[in-house]
Structure formats: structure tokens, C-alpha cells
Design a protein around this ligand. Sequence first.
Ligand code: UDP
Length: 240
Amino acid sequence: MTYRRVLLKLSGEYLMGNLGYGIDPKVVADIAEEISEVVEQGFQLAIVVGGGNIFRGVKAASAGMDRATADYIGMIATVMNAMTLQDALERANIPTRVLTAIAMQEVAEPYIRRRAIRHLEKGRVIVFGAGSGNPFFTTDTTAALRAAEIDADVVLKATKVDGVYDSDPALNPDARRYQSLNYGHVLTHDLRVMDSTAIALCKENNIPIVIFDLSVRGNIVRAIQGEPVGTIVGGFCEVS
Ligand code: UDP
């Protein structure tokens, strides 16, 4: 099975690489290179980028900050990542548009659903910045929401591990990787593939989620082509 329109969720932490904070330009350049293969093969790609490498609302709120204010700052942080990604993609000759859920018209287009779809149809990569525009949400939930809105065939959740295991492989040498999982299992066992709101949204809209290791070259294209590169949520539970 090959997916046509894809929503890639990139966390801020992924962009940080091994740095303690901020953005590793090498990581961003590598992602741009991977994405150029996706675009060359004619797939439509939308990206939701996180902001945890710069600011996390929950963390600031636990230190006493007003939660909604902290979340708005978190959303603004995601725009920095989105613009950085756009810069790297355009340097790799990939036409890219940043669409933000909080208006910042000097630096990005406002998010307009029909316009987002039009960009995809024209072969442009779109990067959604500023999350959903609402505090108390996450960029995982934004990924599920935008995927449903633009009628994406799949959510690709990029991580540094090759899928979901039945126990921690760092602690248990017999840990087994799930080839596939159903939404209910992820929710009832709190597997933290994505947050539960995101899982519930994907479940309701029948959007599969693939959890895969982005650091392995060629994995985005493999995941889009339906190769078993990680764990797919949306089928039956099966361990490899
Ligand atoms: N955020 C929010 N609403 C959203 C998306 C994000 O308030 O719809 C805020 C929230 O404070 C969050 C921060 O933006 O902590 C960064 O997003 P997230 O933690 O999801 O980033 P990631 O973990 O993917 O890097």
C-alpha cells in the first residue's frame, strides 16, 4: 500500500539532535534531504512541527506561569522551527509554505484549509506552525487534527526509535517490537505513541499512524510506500 498525501509530525526535540536546546542545523539539513526524495517521487507532504526544543507550556506552568500564556509561547516557539525548516527545504530547492494558526502575516501565511490543500496539489510542502492555535493542546493533537482536515492518508510520527515495544528494550533484552497495534490497545495501555487526544482523533477518522525512526536514511519514503519500517497503529495487534 502506498499513501498519497502524508502528514509528518516532527517534534522539536528531534530538531535539537544531541544539543541540549535549540536547533541542530545538520539535523535540519538531513531532514530536508530526506524530504526532497519524498517530493521528487510525487507524494504530497504536510509537516506539523513541535516546539519542545525551545519551550514547553506544561513545564513553564509547573514553575508557576499562567498555563495559557505559557502555551501561547510554546506555539510561537513552533513557528521558529517551522521557519527554520522552510529555510532548509528551500535551500534544497523544495517549494515550501509555512502556515500558522496564530496570524503572523509578516513571516508566514495564515492557516486556511483550502489554501493548504491547494499548496499540496501544486507540489509544495507545507509546514504548519503555531500548533492548533489553542492552548492546552499539543502538536501531536495538531498533527491528527490537520491530517483529518486535509484528508491525509497517514500520520507519520518521526522518532529516534524504530517503533513501539512491549517493554523498554533498553532494560529488557527480550522486549518485542509491535509491527502493528490497534488504537484501543494504545489508549487502554497508555502506550504514549502520541497523546491520547491525538490517538482518539486518528481513531475516529480512520487515519493510520506510523511510528518510525527518521534517522535511518530513506525511511520516510519507505514508510510512505507501506514498508514495515516501524509500528503502525490502526490495524490489529501484532508483534514482530
Ligand atoms: N502548544 C499549544 N497548543 C497546540 C500546540 C502546542 O499550546 O495546539 C504549545 C504547548 O505549550 C506545547 C508547546 O506548544 O508544550 C510545544 O509543542 P509540543 O510540546 O507539542 O512540541 P513537541 O513535543 O512536539 O516538540
